[in-house]
Write a protein that binds this ligand. Structure first.
Ligand SMILES: Cc1ncc(COP(=O)(O)O)c(C=O)c1O
Length: 389
């Protein structure tokens, strides 16, 4: 059968493919250590599960409003007000089937052929394909020369009369880097000057280390807030990746248009999953801090272990649960991180994600959403396999 041009050009999500490959090897009895996971290894907290089971048993099983229940949207507004100091109303919020879906709906609503959207690299794998599905061009700005931090000068250079949007992701997947407040102010000023919409993907904002204060571009000024769309969701903070609840907060006319798009595609996200998301936001938050501390400890461990690997260089991640070492000592032999990744899977039974997928072919991504023992054993195996070369 003929496959449409748009869909033919969509690459399959590489991170999901690596998780599937690891599961396949494990099912075949191989002792694989996986650093590919883009999700917390913890389970959803019990109080969230229990409230959801209760909602299900009480008949919370019908369609909800397309953009989500008022109860959840109000809880999101309260969360934004508490954490960002921004006053938003339920008509500034749409709840979708994961933050990925919110991003898809947002890009599709805002962009089209002829538009350009600035996307700093290393980037999350899905931004460029999602931008390009709309017909717009993803303009990749390489930040590797500046320790993976975007600067206003880099943005200035990338702006053309066609620039309509910019994606900001802090803490970043894959680099774990966070944006500096002063730099963000300069970038935001350029966006105001050039009428550029800001997509602020804040999904890792509760996973920040070293007492760094999360700072969102949306809070710079009311003028910047007006042109910013915040993306967030339940997946990473509350270990709810399978529940598929994400949301977008921003200008009400755009949210209304996104709701029209959602109404003709998925309709509402799952009714009882919305109840779980509501309880996650309004219930006890102790576990969020407990888990953040566990991730921080693992971050320290993985950074010190990666420093032991000859030919690797690591800038400690400031947030998220990803480390993103560069591999200068192995580029010549493997020609890029894809070759190294295959070698490690075959010779060390260790799964990492090649940096090519994130616009940084001289890096690999290792998620530390796995146990300390796996981190120690996995990186020891990498060292041993590389020592054999
Ligand atoms: C930067 C970033 N944004 C958005 C998402 C999507 O999250 P979800 O669709 O599970 O809410 C992810 C997931 O990996 C991510 O890393």
């Amino acid at each position: 059968m003929k496959i449409s041009k748009v869909v033919s050009n969509i690459p399959a999500s590489p991170t999901l493919a690596i998780t599937a490959k690891v599961n396949e090897l494990k099912a075949a009895g191989k002792n694989v250590i996986g650093f590919g996971a883009g999700e917390p290894d913890f389970d959803t907290p019990d109080h969230i599960k229990n409230a959801t089971i209760e909602a299900l048993q009480k008949g919370d099983t019908k369609y909800t409003p397309v953009s989500g229940t008022l109860q959840l949207k109000q809880a999101i507004c309260d969360d934004v007000s508490a954490d960002y100091g921004l006053k938003v109303a339920p008509d500034n919020v749409i709840v979708s089937c994961g933050a990925k879906h919110s991003l898809y709906n947002l890009f599709y609503t805002l962009f089209e052929g002829g538009d350009e959207v600035i996307c700093p690299a290393p980037y999350w794998v899905s931004y460029p394909p999602m931008i390009e599905m709309t017909g717009a061009k993803a303009v990749i700005v390489d930040t590797r020369k500046n320790k993976m931090h975007l600067t206003a000068d880099m943005v200035k250079e990338a702006i053309t009369p066609k620039t309509r949007g910019i994606v900001i992701n802090s803490p970043s997947n894959p680099s774990g880097m966070m944006y500096d407040r002063k730099e963000l102010e300069k970038i935001a000023a350029l966006c105001v000057e050039n009428d550029i919409v800001i997509i602020s993907d804040d999904i890792y904002r509760k996973l920040v280390f070293d007492d760094i204060q999360f700072f969102s571009v949306a809070t710079i000024s009311p003028e910047v807030a007006k042109r910013t769309f915040i993306i967030d969701g339940s997946s990473k903070t509350y270990a709810m990746t399978g529940w598929r609840i994400g949301y977008c907060i921003g200008d009400s006319s755009v949210i209304k248009a996104m709701t029209r798009l959602q109404s003709q595609s998925t309709s509402n996200p799952t009714s009882f999953a919305q109840k779980g998301a509501y309880v996650s936001l309004t219930g006890d938050q102790t576990i969020v801090e407990e888990r953040r501390k566990i991730f921080e400890k693992r971050r320290d461990l993985i950074v010190s272990k990666l420093k032991e690997v000859p030919g690797f260089e690591i800038i400690p991640p400031q947030g998220s649960f990803y480390s993103f070492p560069s591999i200068p000592g192995h580029m010549e032999r493997f020609g890029g991180s894809g070759g190294l990744t295959n070698y490690l899977l075959e010779n060390a039974l260790v799964a990492v994600v090649p940096g090519e997928e994130f616009g940084a072919p001289d890096h690999i991504r290792l998620s530390f959403a796995t146990s300390e023992q796996n981190i120690i054993n996995g990186i020891d195996r990498i060292k041993e396999a590389l020592a054999k070369l």
